[in-house]
Design a binder for this molecule. Sequence first.
Ligand code: MEV
Length: 395
Amino acid sequence: MSDDEVRLLKKQGTLKLEQADHMIENVIGTVGMPLGVAVNFLINGKDYLIPMALEEPSVVAAASNAAKMVRERGGFKAESTEPLMIGLVQIVDVKNTTKAKADITVKKGELIQLANQQDPVLVKLGGGAKEIEVKVLDTSTGPMLVVHLIVNVLDAMGANAVNTMCEAIAPKIEQITRGKARMKIISNLAALRLARAEAVFPKDVIGGEEVVEGIVQSYALAAADPYRCATHNKGVMNGVIAIALATGNDSRALEAGAHSFAAMKGKYQPLTTWKRTKDGDLFGRIEIPVPVGIIGGATASNPTAKVCLKILGVKSARELGEVMACVGLANNFAAMRAIVAEGIQRGHMRLHARNIAIMAGATADLADRVAEQMVKEKRIRVDRAKEILEKLTKK
Ligand code: MEV
């Protein structure tokens, strides 16, 4: 690498290299990413500013715009389940799986107690292991048991607490079943930790009956065709993951949870539903797993994440999940509206062109003019941006 490249990597951002070095291994730098704030969000009667970190243009504006449209009807309504995560303990080499299942069920109380001994603080605050369920599965390597340990993780994402508990109860389950414990790990299908949100988008505000119909039909396509559904859900995750990155949450856990939840009924389905109300407005609803925390992990070690949580003003992980659900719904709506009303490229291209102009060396005040010209010509390329810029600066 050149000296400049090395200097670039060593450059300190808000996350200091030393801090980053404690977070992961073999650290050589940190990666910067735009952090924006979506506005206009009114959720359960409370105003929110939403920090969003992502590289894609339009998403912050789209969320803000969608939120503005539902404000006049009282904003978003959101709710959530208790923050229950599921841990798995896999037991193989069991002679009589039916008997083993029954034996585990009898010893459920003892197992839950053992799990809770691993995290007295969580238990003191009202969380901890709550339930045990056992499944017998026929698999490609023969019959096996899987024990689900259900844990209320309160304001943590919960993976550490749940994994520790699973490891702690595994030997006891081996004793009970005389089998062998293999996997002891959290499930990312956080199907018991859900956030739900809904909103009415007034037809006159969103562009009339045609737009309402277009969005309902777009939803119908997503429900019928996984090829569209993946993109539909991607639009939802644009909002959800941007908040996750801003607040130091595990975006992979959210993605894994969302998409496996979307396929839970045996067919990959949209995370949102859309319908026309009797007044002709558009009604949207979302239900999504939200394995997120406001304590521990990067939410605590990344200073920017801490500030973002402060901007958001959420008091619990549940509230954070509810906000994510609303923003996911807003982004999903905005994407469908843009596509059915004017085609997504119009808005996208304007912002894309601005980025290209800046890449070509345009200052902020000239970037808009260069971008405008490129969009008009439908030639959005760095070489063209340079030409236009040259002309503008020569004058
Ligand atoms: C792009 O990031 C997301 C969209 O493709 C979502 C959608 O098609 O609904 C615009």
